[in-house]
Design a protein around this ligand. Structure first.
Ligand SMILES: [Zn+2]
Ligand SMILES: [Zn+2]
Length: 486
């Protein structure tokens, strides 16, 4: 072995040892945390001798998380609320790839923004395409709009999309590198009535989730024309206070001075408090647009505050920008936000198409739903349990299960279990109304024992009469079976 090679392999072993140490600590933690609910694959691993060369960290990548079955009721509530809202407001769903060519995002979101400068997951494919995991939806929606000639559709074109977005950010509470968003865009109309309706829609979705206390923050950052003048004023103001700004903001003064307004550093916030405000420097068109938006919101009785420091971190925004904030105790979170992007389609090579959109951060919504203890929609639970004893009975139950399902009767089972007693224990735990039991005799006679779990009484019925009987019992117990599938 050459010296260099030996050194490299020593380094590798050291690294692997480190990982292995880290791993055993983590698997132990996982074991302790999850013992009650989930057996972990790691606990099985530990007994085997670990070969370091095929070591896999039993952990999701940093800043990315699994959504376990226990959390799915929250997500189901979100899916349900979104599905209602987008249909009610006349949106159509669109799904775009998670990957796009990187320059689409660079052109849309713009250099000098945190997303483009620091947070994009970019890589070169085997075919040497420079691609990026989408950090947001709007650029992809705009690309799809142009690519598929949607400009010929009846306007406005209302598009809904949902899925994961990726930002290489420092993970912290409520902020993930992979998180999920729901995105609503309206293209082809510049009337502020749509800005108002979109804000109302955001409120509608949140209420559908049971999140009642939120604050809408609104601002107008003008169009390229009036913003040019405003930016000059802003830059000269910040120049005069340059030494009071943080290191990042000194850089932003050159690259993206608007962003200084939403810097969270204390000293920058103090400087920003005295800065000129965009709404005082709007051109006539932008001022009228903003005024009408506020009138519409008043009409809708949507309560809002005007936040003159709200600019959003993306360069494509024009006129209206808004954010939705939690208002409860403790740390406040932005639950979503959006704004108008009247020039984006044109910038990307399409015809001039005014547009507006917003996104909700779904992982944040789940956090907020948990924090405010919202009432969750109750999933339909099976009221019937199917138990079997013996080989033939097992075979018959498999068929019966599918027949019941086709009749619209939701049924639970534990086919893998042999003993009748353990099956009935499961039935008890599930709190079903009826247990159906098939033994050797019933299997041969084409009958089923129907046991009423609350009264304890039981009777033997023929297979033909079973469905009618079950429906009768469930009705008497004031339980409705699920609707039969057509
Ligand atoms: Zn303007
Ligand atoms: Zn700053």
């Amino acid at each position: 072995m050459t010296k260099a090679k030996a050194k490299a392999s020593a380094k590798k072993i050291k690294k692997e040892k480190k990982i292995s140490k880290k791993k055993s600590r983590k698997t132990k933690m996982a074991k302790d945390n999850n013992r009650k609910t989930f057996p972990t694959s790691a606990s099985v691993d530990e007994k085997k001798e670990i070969k370091t060369e095929d070591l896999i960290l039993m952990q999701s990548p940093r800043g990315m998380h699994d959504i376990l079955p226990g959390d799915q009721p929250y997500w189901n509530q979100i899916r349900r609320s979104l599905n209602h809202a987008f249909l009610e407001y006349g949106f159509q769903r669109i799904d775009t790839p998670i990957l796009e060519y990187s320059n689409l995002f660079v052109r849309s979101i713009g250099k000098g923004t945190d997303i483009i400068d620091k947070e994009m997951y970019t890589f070169v494919t085997k075919g040497r395409d420079d691609v990026a995991l989408r950090p947001e939806f709007t650029a992809s929606i705009a690309r799809a709009y142009i690519q598929h000639g949607m400009n010929i559709l009846h306007k406005p074109v209302k598009l809904f999309s949902t899925g994961a977005v990726y930002r290489y950010d420092r993970p912290q509470e409520g902020r993930y590198r992979e998180h999920r968003q729901a995105n609503f865009d309206i293209l082809g109309e510049q009337d502020p009535i749509l800005d108002a309706q979109l804000i109302q829609l955001a409120g509608r979705v949140l209420r559908g989730l049971g999140i009642k206390n939120v604050q809408f923050q609104i601002n107008s950052i003008g169009c390229p024309e009036c913003r040019k003048e405003y930016l000059e004023l802003l830059v000269s103001y910040f120049e005069s206070k340059r030494n009071k700004l943080c290191h990042n903001c000194k850089k932003r003064l050159e690259t993206n001075p608007l962003r200084i307004l939403d810097c969270k550093e204390d000293k920058c916030m103090q400087v920003s408090a005295g800065a000129p405000q965009s709404i005082d420097h709007l051109c006539d068109e932008c001022r009228v647009h903003f005024k009408h938006l506020l009138e519409y919101l008043d009409e809708l009785e949507v309560s809002y505050v005007i936040n003159s420091r709200l600019v959003r971190g993306l360069n494509y925004y024009t006129k209206t920008v808004f954010e939705i904030w939690s208002t409860g105790e403790g740390k406040k979170y932005s639950l979503g936000g959006g704004g108008r992007y009247d020039k984006l389609i044109e910038t990307l090579g399409g015809e001039s198409t005014p547009a507006i959109g917003f996104a909700l951060g779904l992982d944040r919504l789940v956090m907020e739903m948990k924090r405010t203890k919202v009432k969750l929609y109750k999933e339909t639970k099976p009221r019937i349990f199917l138990a079997q004893l013996g080989e033939l009975a097992k075979k018959k139950s498999l068929k019966l299960f599918s027949d019941l399902e086709r009749s619209g009767i939701l049924t639970a089972e534990s086919f893998g279990r042999g003993s009748l007693r353990s099956q009935l224990r499961t039935a008890n735990r599930l709190g079903v109304d009826i247990a159906l039991i098939i033994g050797q005799k019933e299997a041969l006679d084409e009958t089923v024992i129907v046991k009423n779990m609350s009264s304890g009484t039981q009777e033997t019925v023929s297979r033909e009469k079973l469905v009618a009987l079950i429906k009768k019992i469930l009705k008497n117990n004031n339980v409705v079976s699920v609707k039969p599938k057509k």
